[in-house]
Design a protein around this ligand. Sequence first.
Ligand code: P1T
Length: 381
Amino acid sequence: MHFNTKSIHVGQEPEETTGAVVVPIFQTSTYAQPEVGKHKGHEYTRTSNPTRDAYQACIASLENANDAYAFGSGMAAISTIMTMFKVGDHIVAGDDLYGGTFRVFEQVFRDFGLNYSYVDTTDLDAVANAVNGETKLVWLETPTNPMLKISDIQAISAICQDKGVLLGVDNTFMSPYNQRPLDLGADLVMHSSTKYLGGHSDVVGGVVCTSHPEVSEKLKFAQNAMGAVMGPFDAWLTLRGLKTLGLRMQRHNENAMAVAEYLSNHKAVEEVIYPGLANHDGHEIQKKQGHGFGGMVSVRLAGDLAAAKKFCASTKLFFLAESLGGVESLLEHPAIMTHASVPEDVRAALGITDNFVRLSVGVENIEDLIADLEQALGSVA
Ligand code: P1T
């Protein structure tokens, strides 16, 4: 079955008793049992829920995974993954991660005895050299948030296999329409489903997909034991989002490419970072490992903090807001907003400067989007 068919059909057979073509919201905490010790497949919604099961089946199929586990947020998904490890275990992580991921690693799990090293995962030698005898996991985003650096998933998975460590990929920025890390050798793939999977900026969630039997067993146990589960209504909204994921991603890819090209030729813009541009360092890798370049575009404005603030306050269709991946275009200032929890020296080393702005290009009409950017850039100059 192809992607756009799976997104509409997997886990979504018509409901048995009524024939409803849409999976119902089973908004229940518990299930009546016919006798002690016997149940009809569900006992308690923290453990399982038919709406969440349908969503998990669908997203697993889109990532070509055997199993998926849905959580109340992307951070809940990442935190639950971390509970697979023990005091003294070491994790090699990308050096340009979502600020909240860096924060939970450094300010929560380090206190529980996990150790982290941060490396530029576009540098294969750096990844290989960072793995030590205690390393259990390599964790990366590709593209990274917010610098949009591209890592070679297949090459890193070969390193991980050689060293006997797991590879986890946060696939939030690409979505499975553009990139399927498990097919490239990753062991687990995670999403903030708040973003492209849900797609409408109306629900927060996270999900982990895997075909690794041992990892899957651990996550299934942890999902129930830790209890950071996605609720039935949120699972229903996210499943509805999946139905149009392919359609939306196609348009996100097209619109972002057009925005990146437009900004590349604007004198108020110093640098445009978009993996779809031939001058991007990761362009060839992304062409090889994916089916699209995504909807995220980062820019460095010709100017200082004041110019960036003016630009961010001047767009009308691009709302100034954290998050990304919804149908509506957003923009944000990483140094002050999403990555404020990353120390200033680390931000400076990564290039998250005061004139740096991140755009999430939505699915609106492209002429309207470019006109909005044009007037906002005009107000800066
Ligand atoms: O916000 P939440 O659903 O908990 O997901 C966290 C998360 C994890 N991984 C990546 C790559 C992310 O981008 C995020 C959330 N990011 C934002 C809110 C943002 O504006 O970048």
